[in-house]
Design a protein around this ligand. Structure first.
Ligand code: ADP
Length: 321
């Protein structure tokens, strides 16, 4: 193998740059040429390919976002469009392709491998942590830290005014950000898609909290359940006198300098991707499980189910009584 390519696809996540840097520098260390494909699969189809060298990835380790940009390319679901992607790889002599993204991006990689025999390696990069094969995805830790920073600030003002606050966090259909940030931020209540909840129980808890002298009530709500205004409306119908505000954190959760955890994870996964290609392994997804960097066939990785950490959820309930 002489030349490899790298792209970032789907939603961006802090730490993607650290992974790009690791792929480029490890590749060059082993004597490979590394090419960057701009804007994910869209750039692969439209032949947007650049040469990457040691200094192209200088000074990016600490930056959020992705220097290769990212895009969603619905067209990539069509076989004739993927043929164009294969032609771009052929044109540039790219023999191995590293894809940093989520489940959708891995489906694209799976098809490229099956249809055109492209050597693909996937690295999980998404703030949502919703990729079943891995305990953690690149970007998740940074996003959780952004959320707890916001919770800390909201708690200050909520305490001064003796208010209740709903904080809506990202996560798509998964509640990992809500669970981890809610626990770490000391939320009174965490509402997420994986666990049943009731509006009456929530309101009872707020009322009980007020009686026992709590000065604030932080409710962390995962976007996959409902929106903050909807939940606020439901609470106000039951507790009309409650001083209640809501904050939708939105895209600030997707940006910012990656944390140590995300930089270390991205560096390990990026380096491993290059090693796997050099070992002639293909159609693999890299994961971290039980603190070990491992890899699985894409088909297997995509069929795995992630066990929801109910113990952590129960703990958050005990600690917020
Ligand atoms: P993520 O990778 O974060 O899950 P998306 O689901 O948006 O994000 O997928 C990113 C890109 O991967 C899509 O824009 C598309 O180009 C490609 N992709 C997603 N699903 C498929 C699929 N079933 N077949 C081929 N390509 C896909």
């Amino acid at each position: 193998m002489k030349t490899i390519g790298i792209l970032t696809s789907g939603g961006d996540a802090p730490g993607m740059n650290a992974a790009i840097r690791a792929v480029v520098r490890t590749g060059i260390y082993y004597g490979l040429k590394v090419k960057g494909i701009m804007r994910g699969y869209a750039g692969l189809v439209e032949d947007e390919v650049i040469d990457l060298n040691l200094s192209s990835v200088g000074d990016i380790l600490q930056k959020g976002g992705t220097i290769l940009r990212t895009a969603r390319c619905e067209e990539f679901k069509k076989k004739e469009v993927r043929k164009k992607a294969y032609e771009t790889l052929q044109k540039h002599g790219i023999e191995g392709l590293v894809i940093i993204g989520g489940d959708g991006s891995f489906r694209g990689a799976q098809l490229l491998s099956e249809e055109w025999n492209v050597n693909t390696i996937g690295i999980p990069g998404t703030i949502d942590n919703d990729i079943p094969c891995t305990d953690y995805t690149i970007g998740f830790d940074t996003a959780c830290n952004t959320v707890i920073d916001a919770i800390n600030k909201i708690r200050d003002t909520a305490t001064s005014h003796e208010r209740a606050n709903i904080i809506e966090v990202m996560g798509r259909n998964a509640g990992y950000i809500a669970l981890y940030a809610g626990l770490a931020g000391g939320a009174e209540m965490i509402i997420l898609p994986e666990v049943e909840w009731s509006i009456d129980e929530l309101c009872d808890k707020i009322t009980y909290g007020i009686k026992r002298g709590k000065l604030h009530h932080i409710i962390v709500l995962a976007e996959g359940v409902m929106s903050a205004p909807e939940l606020a409306k439901m609470i106000k119908e039951r507790l009309p006198k409650l001083d209640l505000r809501y904050t939708i954190l939105g895209h600030i959760q997707r940006g910012g300098a990656p944390t140590v955890m995300d930089r270390v994870l991205a560096s390990q996964m990026g380096a491993r991707a290059v090693e796997l290609l050099l070992e002639n392994k293909t159609k693999r997804i890299i994961s971290i499980r039980n603190n070990q960097i491992v890899d699985d066939d894409i088909d297997e990785a995509l069929s795995m189910k992630k066990e929801f950490n109910r113990k952590l959820y129960e703990l958050s309930k005990i600690l917020s009584i």
